[in-house]
Design a protein around this ligand. Structure first.
Ligand SMILES: Cc1ncc(COP(=O)(O)O)c(C=O)c1O
Length: 457
């Protein structure tokens, strides 16, 4: 009988110690961080599931590539490696390096969008929404209805509502929509994939109305693997072939290479539009750097060139998706409400269902994330009312899994801590804001417990 255990498809060559703290220390640390886990020193975190962005472990091949990085200001050969590797998968004509994903977004929306425009997306990520709104445009989320119901199982909950897209185009007019975007996988909607069929349908609507289709491609490899696992006709295809097909339905992309680029920094912007690319490169020179390095070192370009290919390796994706599902399924089996099915890069706990005694205005997601830290030194992140304000449709706590970093026993530990918090959930206290910034407030917000109102007061 073939062995069924899915193992980490690597062995460990270099280790980084992690540090235990006592519960008492964590209580103090949490108060000092104003109940916002972004404000914690990372050394005081035992298992850091804040993000899968830029936190992955690079491979020996990536580190070797770092050593051959060409640091020339212009025309460096590392850019050629970077562009060729990206074009091999993404196929777009212009590849513009940026220091990370949001820089690609800022340049794209800065050039393609103006005040009064409308940008549809399945679900905008926070930086994407902020960059759209920064130029005075409106960011509209059009994920399918199933994607808004956390407990509902559906293979492609990241799909865009195609009729909703048609309706929006009719309503606001084609000329107010500079581009349509699909986020693969849909991070803010629970790390859920988009099917190839949906990509094809969205692409057809865009073609019909002469609108360009862009991908927010951060987790393109994980999305490709979900298509392989779940969409009829793709079982026998390699993840790379699937990714190549998907990108052919679009006209460009933004990408944070800190995710499926398997790098610690970097991003890029792609387009097939020559005129747009020229304006994008002008803005790039103004704010990021020369077009053959765009805010990155030559060594970063090399790491990404290798990383985007490694992200598509099937044994890696099999382990990655299985490991995330293991965490999600083990807590869900004990009743913990999660976004179903588990996403590719993260498990999302439904904090509104976990803590029904805390209303969204009192930040159930932030309160639950704080409790996971108190209980076991685990850092997670709220994706809900603190992040999106009144626009939040759900209050989720995301446990994002860094790529190739934690082992099976780390995952078992996380399961145990979550189940302990689940048992004592009634004791978790609501929070209120004491300080907030005008944009992306969740990064710096300060919170404090809502004072208990005594009987008779
Ligand atoms: C879907 C999505 N888009 C865009 C970004 C922004 O990328 P970066 O953090 O590299 O600026 C992220 C990062 O978390 C993301 O998850």
């Amino acid at each position: 009988m073939p062995v069924k255990t899915i193992i980490e498809p690597f062995r460990i060559k270099s280790v980084e110690p992690i540090r235990w703290t006592t519960r008492k220390e964590r209580e103090q640390l949490l108060r000092a961080a104003y109940y916002n886990l972004f404000l914690l020193p990372a050394d005081d975190v035992l298992i850091d599931l804040l993000t899968d962005s830029g936190t992955g472990a690079m491979s020996t091949r990536q580190w070797a590539a770092v050593m051959v990085g060409d640091e020339s200001y212009a025309g460096g050969r590392s850019f050629d490696h970077f562009r060729d590797s990206i074009q091999d998968i993404f196929s777009y004509k212009h590849v513009i390096p940026t220091h990370q994903g949001r820089a690609a977004e800022r340049i794209l929306f800065g050039v393609a969008c103006k005040k009064g425009d409308v940008v549809p997306n399945n679900t905008h990520f926070d930086t994407t929404r902020a960059n759209v709104e920064y130029v005075g445009a409106e960011a509209v989320d059009l994920v399918i209805a199933e994607g808004r119901q956390p407990s509902l199982k559906h293979p492609f909950k990241g799909n865009m509502d195609v009729a909703g897209l048609e309706g929006l185009i009719q309503k606001v007019g084609r000329e107010r929509i500079p581009l349509v975007m699909l986020t693969v996988t849909n991070n803010s909607g629970g790390g859920q994939p988009v099917s190839m069929e949906n990509v094809r349908q969205v692409s057809a609507v865009c073609r019909k109305h002469g609108l360009p289709l862009y991908f927010d491609a951060c987790r393109f490899a994980e999305n490709a693997y979900f298509i392989k696992l779940r969409e009829p006709g793709y079982e026998a295809k390699a993840p790379k072939e699937i990714a190549q097909e998907m990108f052919r339905y679009g006209d460009g992309c933004t990408m944070s290479a800190k995710k499926d680029g398997m790098a610690n920094i970097g991003g890029f912007l792609c387009t097939n539009d020559d005129r747009l690319a020229e304006r994008e490169k002008d803005l790039l020179i103004l704010t990021e750097g020369y077009p053959t390095y765009g805010g990155l070192a030559g060594r970063d370009l090399e790491a990404i060139a290798v990383g985007v290919q490694e992200a598509l390796q099937e044994d890696y994706l099999r382990y990655r998706i299985a490991s995330t599902a293991y965490l999600g399924n083990h807590i869900a089996e004990q009743g913990v409400p999660i976004v179903q099915p588990p996403g590719g890069h993260a498990v999302y706990i439904d904090a509104r269902a976990f803590l029904p005694h805390i209303p969204p205005t009192q930040f159930p997601g932030v309160a639950l994330a704080a409790e996971l830290y108190l209980e076991g030194g685990i850092r997670s992140v709220e994706i809900g009312t603190l992040m999106f304000g009144a626009a939040a449709k759900m209050d989720l706590v995301r446990l994002a899994i860094p790529r190739r970093v934690y082992t099976q026993s780390h995952v078992d530990y996380v399961v145990e801590v979550i189940l302990e918090v689940w048992k004592n959930r009634d004791r978790i206290q609501p929070l209120k804001l004491s300080h907030e910034a005008p944009f992306l407030r969740h990064f710096t917000a300060r919170l404090e417990p809502v004072e208990k109102v005594m009987a008779g007061e």
